[in-house]
Design a protein around this ligand. Structure first.
Ligand code: SAH
Length: 220
């Protein structure tokens, strides 16, 4: 499959960026990468109308690519700096991972589902953004201890609680952005590591994610 991008796609992305801006995303770097990265490459059937609506969309295996506003919101909460080492839990389509890489992060992203992992791996090689993105397959609710600590951890599936395993893998000053709640609705949380044993917790808006599975998730 060739990865093409047209003026029509660019125009639709421009409208999407304006919408996300109106919804309260102020970080221009984030708006710029959303404008730049073709989201339609990450959708199964490349339906134009779906790619540039502010909606989640099915990517197979019962999973979804997050809504663009959600991607922007979580990315803004991460407050990342260039060269930060970031762990993403739930690679899914690979879209969020690419956004982080385009912002200059060193991205480690882990996906539980083998099929989605393989698909994202292939796509990310094709997209070739120049940034660093390493994909892993496994239970991300345990984090990725072999590569810890991270300046940021972003969980893109809904968790029942904040896994301790993830807090331990944060650098001092590092941020964990994670939606926590029941299966229906989750509150976006940001936990910042202030010191060895001190953490600051902030709560934001409510979202609806697919469930985080695995040891520290909803099991399976
Ligand atoms: N960030 C993705 C959207 C992910 S949807 C994107 O940009 O497209 C949530 C993903 O989390 C799903 O693909 C699901 O398979 C995955 N997931 C659920 N539990 C997981 C776990 N314990 N470890 C890793 N990935 C998990």
């Amino acid at each position: 499959m060739g990865l093409e991008d047209t003026y029509r796609h660019k125009g639709l992305r421009n409208q999407l960026v304006q919408l996300i801006r109106r919804k309260g995303i102020e970080d221009e770097r984030i708006l710029t990468v959303i404008q730049t990265l073709p989201r339609h490459w990450f959708l199964d059937t490349a339906f134009l109308e779906h790619a540039y609506q502010d909606k989640a969309f099915a990517i197979g295996e019962g999973q979804t690519i997050s809504q663009p506003f959600t991607v922007a919101f979580q990315t803004q909460l991460l407050a990342l700096q260039k060269y930060d080492k970031i762990l993403e839990i739930g690679t899914g389509s690979g879209y969020q991972a690419c956004i982080l890489a385009m912002l200059g992060a060193k991205v480690y992203s882990i996906e539980y589902n083998e099929v989605l992992h393989q698909k994202a791996q292939k796509l990310i090689q094709q997209v070739n953004l120049g940034g660093m993105t390493k994909l892993f397959q496994g239970d991300g609710s345990r984090g990725l201890p072999a590569y810890a600590p991270f300046q940021g951890i972003i969980v893109t599936a809904g968790a029942p609680t904040v896994p301790n395993a993830l807090l331990k893998q944060l650098k001092a000053g590092g941020r964990l952005v994670i939606p926590v709640g029941d299966e229906k609705v989750q509150t976006m949380m940001r936990i910042t590591r202030k010191g060895e044993t001190t953490f600051e917790q902030e709560a934001f808006e409510q979202f609806k994610f697919v469930p985080l599975l695995g040891k520290h998730g909803w099991k399976n």
